[in-house]
Every structure is written in structure tokens, then in C-alpha cells.
Design a protein. Structure first.
Length: 514
């Protein structure tokens, strides 16, 4: 093969790679396909190992795809301590000797620069034989390949960014609906945490029923709307501290129909919210209100919310009643199977009780007592998680330790979404969930510190606010470079939380010793 034929064959390979890869935007698959084709390049002693590295806004490289190399979350490489650090992306391909994956010996790599709109965004790094030197033909080939790969990476970034934009539109719509639920809470005797507990109880039941993820997502957004109709109930009835008269109770019952009228529309989210608002006081035996529906004629999500709502109401303090014990409330719900409640949902409620009891502690109304001993039933822990809870992380305040375990669970959920390539949409959703629960945890911790006069509260407040700002920064980065931001936030959250527990929160034990 002469030089012209070799160049033609190489450029045909680049073209075929571009066409084939357009069918799949997964970058791990792109690398695998590329290595399967590069074997036909004459005199190219490539090893079957390579990675895609992209820069974050702070000039750090993140390994966001790999072939024949351990993923970044398993065995971090030293990309940011090598010669790549603090250096702009080259204009043309080059060869570097780099420490790969924590190895003590250097690996020779061909670095293919990735440029989008004339901005260097990273490299595709291919491992090659230690004695390789790059001739002009290979240099031309690698530069052509770098341009083709830049286009493919850009397409992947655009696709993932669009997913984030779609989620933003959904979240804006959901937030508008949630605001109605919050407005109803401000007019009621119930506390702000009732919505959080009830929604999470309902989600735990839905998970025990093995409902599809799409239905669970609808439930999480729509459940807070269950009492939105209370906006239309007169204060003299809604805020009455004692037992309602029969006439007043009839007025109160009208909140279900009022909620259905408020939530008018054909959107799937609005429909789910309307069904819950209108039907969560219906009974399985047909003796409920407002329409006397029975059995499966009652919408499924409304049947789930009925159990979740009643259990939280029974076990919560109200101006007109003392809370029931958890055991008494549980026994009553079980006794109403087939009468007030759907038997299948009562069975799922029973299965979900360990998680429900945990939620009661995570979203509690009162100030955390640092001396309180929790006796929660064990929750089935997942196997093969990314970060495992170590009892040495216990700080000696049971409720705070449970908060931390829950944050570990959320971080492991985020890791699972990234590893299983469930998409930036789910990543964004989980980052928002992590941010929301971190705020719940921080405010509960701060309330406890203020109540007990903790001397280090100022330092804790600064760290809490810095963490919240950092998560907001990562969420913004998802709109610019979602492929990097998801790995960036995963690494940050793990390191920050473990350090914060070991250095700062461990000192809170002084409150329990007072």
C-alpha cells in the first residue's frame, strides 16, 4: 500500500466511524467501536485502552468515558496532577507519558484534542506502545480523528443538555402546582412537614407495590396537592380547634370537590393531582366522599395517598388532638383493610413500615433531642453500593446519624444513575433531591444547635451555606457541560460529606453530653 492509498484508507475509516457513531451517542460505546476499527490502521501499535477526558469550569479533567480502563469512580487516575494540569487544550494531537489509574509507571498516550466552537474542552487519550513515535501520516490521521470525535462529543453534549432543559420545563410546571399545595398548608392547622412526610410515605408504599417509575414520579409531584381544596374552606371551619359539628364537617368535606375544580386540565400531572385531591377521602367499601366511589373505581394514586395521609394525621400532634402512638395507628390502618383502605395498599404499607418510620424521624416537627435513642426497625440495605456506611461515622446523636445515612443513600442513588447510564435527566432530578434533603438536614441541625447553644454554630452555618452554593453551581453546570458535571458533583458530595461528618459534626456530641 502506497502513501496515497494509506491516507485514503485512514480517512475512509474516520468517515465510517463518524457515520456509525451517529447511531449511538453513548461515549463508552463510541470508544469501543473506535478501538474495533483502529486495528486496521497500518503500523499503529495501539493498546486496547483509552479514555475521554473533559474539563470542568475550574480547569480540572474528568474521565467521563473509558475502554479497557477502570471507571473514575472505581480507580481514580491522576489526570490533574500530571502534565495536563493547568494547561490549555492543544490545537493538534500530541504524545504524553502519563500516570494512568494510579499506576506507578508512566503510560505513553496519544492525546486527541477536542474542540467545540474553537474552545478546547478536553482530550481523547489512547494508550500506545512505549516506543511509539508519530509520523506525518499518523499525525494527519489523528488530527482528522480528533475533529470527528469533537463533533461526536458535541452531539452527545447537546443531547444531554436538551434533556436538562426538558426537565427544567417539567420542574417549572410542577413547582407551580406545588405552590398551591404549600398555600393550602399555610391556611391549615397542619405543619409544613406534613406534606413532606405524607408524600414520602406514599412513595415508600408505591415502591413496595413495585409501581413503575413513571407513576412514582407523578405521585411525588401530585401528592402534595391532596388538600389544595382547603384554600376554599372558611377559617371558622378550617381553623376550629375543637371537634366539628355535623354541619361544619359537611362544609369541610367540600375541600375535595374544590380541589378537583382548582386542578382543572388534561396534562398528566394535573390529572394525577386532581384525582388525588378529589378521591383521597373515598373508601374501599364505598362509604367515603365526595362521590362514594368503591374499590378500584378509586384512582390508584388516591388510594395510596389515603393510607399515607391518615397514618401521618393519626401520629401527629394537632391543636384539637394528641398524637396516637405509632403502634396504635399502624394497628388501626391494618384493621381497616378491605373497609376504609385497599387491601393491596395496606399490605404494601405494612411492608414499607421500616422506611415509613425512618421518614418520620427525618422529617420531624420538633427540635432534635441529642440524647434521644432511636429504635427503628432495620432497613434492608442495598448490596454493592458505592460508599458504604461505616459505624465509625456515627457521631453519637441517633437522629443526625440517620440523616447522614439517608444522604449516603441519595449519593449512592446518584452513583447508580450515572453508572447505569440512565441519563442526565435523572442525574438532574437526583441532584435536586440531594439539595432539597441537605437543606432539610441542615435546618434541623441548625435548629438543634441554636436551641442548645452550640458554640461552633457559626462555623457550621458557613459550611452549610457553602455546600448549598456548590450544589447550585453544579446544577447550573449541568446546563453547560452535563457530561462533566455529573462526575464532578458525585466526587464532591462523597468527599465533602465524609469530611464534614468526621471533622465538624463529630463535635456535636458535646450537646448530648451536657
Amino acid at each position: 500500500m502506497n502513501k496515497e492509498e494509506e491516507l485514503l484508507a485512514i480517512r475512509k475509516l474516520v468517515y465510517e466511524l463518524t457515520i456509525a457513531s451517529n447511531l449511538n451517542s453513548d461515549l463508552d460505546s463510541l470508544l469501543a467501536h473506535m478501538f474495533s476499527m483502529l486495528g486496521s490502521v497500518p503500523d499503529l501499535p495501539l493498546q486496547q485502552r483509552g479514555v475521554i477526558l473533559l474539563l470542568n469550569p475550574r480547569g480540572q479533567y474528568f474521565q467521563i468515558a473509558q475502554f479497557g480502563v477502570s471507571p473514575a469512580w472505581e480507580k481514580p487516575a491522576s489526570w490533574n496532577s500530571d502534565s495536563l494540569k493547568n494547561r490549555t487544550v492543544a490545537k493538534h494531537c500530541l504524545i504524553e507519558d502519563i500516570l494512568l489509574g494510579g499506576d506507578s509507571t508512566l503510560t505513553r498516550m496519544v492525546l486527541l484534542p477536542l474542540h467545540i466552537s474553537n474552545n478546547g474542552v478536553g482530550y481523547v487519550a489512547l494508550c500506545i506502545s512505549p516506543d511509539y513515535t508519530m509520523g506525518s501520516i499518523h499525525a494527519d490521521f489523528f488530527n482528522d480523528l480528533a475533529r470527528a470525535l469533537s463533533g461526536l462529543v458535541q452531539r452527545a453534549l447537546i443531547n444531554e443538555t436538551l434533556c436538562v432543559r426538558e426537565l427544567e420545563l417539567e420542574e417549572a410546571r410542577a413547582e407551580a402546582i406545588r405552590s398551591l399545595g404549600i398555600a393550602s398548608e399555610y391556611r391549615d392547622n397542619e405543619t409544613g412537614w406534613h406534606i413532606m412526610r405524607m408524600t414520602n410515605f406514599a412513595l415508600a408504599i408505591a415502591k413496595a407495590m413495585r409501581l413503575p417509575e413513571e407513576q412514582r414520579d407523578l405521585l411525588v409531584v401530585a401528592a402534595p396537592m391532596h388538600d389544595v381544596g382547603k384554600i376554599g374552606i372558611a377559617d371558622s371551619v378550617l381553623l376550629k380547634p375543637g371537634k366539628l359539628t355535623p354541619e361544619e364537617f359537611e362544609i369541610m368535606k367540600g375541600h375535595a370537590s374544590i380541589g378537583a375544580k382548582i386542578l382543572d386540565g388534561k396534562d398528566s400531572l394535573i390529572v394525577a393531582a386532581r384525582e388525588i385531591a378529589n378521591s383521597h377521602h373515598e373508601r374501599w367499601d364505598g362509604k367515603g366522599y365526595p362521590n362514594g366511589l368503591a374499590g378500584e373505581a378509586i384512582p390508584l394514586l388516591a388510594r395510596i395517598c389515603a393510607v399515607a395521609d391518615v397514618f401521618d394525621a393519626l401520629t401527629s400532634t394537632r391543636p384539637y388532638k394528641q398524637p396516637w402512638t405509632v403502634d396504635a395507628a399502624y394497628d388501626w390502618v391494618i384493621s381497616e383493610s378491605g373497609k376504609h383502605f385497599d387491601p393491596a395498599i395496606v399490605s404494601a404499607f405494612s411492608e414499607a413500615m421500616p422506611e415509613i418510620l425512618r421518614i418520620r424521624e427525618l422529617y420531624r416537627d420538633d427540635i432534635i433531642d441529642p440524647k434521644q435513642v432511636l429504635t427503628l426497625p432495620p432497613i434492608r440495605r442495598r448490596e454493592n453500593v458505592w460508599i458504604t456506611w461505616d459505624d465509625e461515622l456515627d457521631i453519637g446523636i441517633d437522629i443526625i446519624d440517620e440523616h447522614h445515612r439517608y444522604l449516603f443513600d441519595l449519593i449512592n442513588d446518584l452513583h447508580a444513575v450515572i453508572v447505569n447510564k440512565r441519563g442526565t435527566r435523572q442525574v438532574a432530578r437526583l441532584i435536586k433531591s440531594l439539595d432539597a434533603y441537605a437543606k432539610v438536614h441542615f435546618r434541623a441541625e441548625e435548629q438543634m444547635m441554636e436551641h442548645y447553644g452550640y458554640a461552633g454554630m457559626g462555623r457550621q452555618l458557613k459550611q452549610h451555606h457553602a455546600f448549598e452554593a456548590k450544589i447550585a453551581e453544579f446544577y447550573d453546570e449541568l446546563h453547560v457541560n452535563p457530561l462533566v458535571a455529573q462526575f464532578d458533583v458525585l466526587s464532591y458530595m462523597k468527599d465533602w460529606l465524609i469530611h464534614h461528618i468526621n471533622v465538624e459534626d463529630i463535635q456535636l456530641i458535646s450537646l448530648a453530653k451536657k
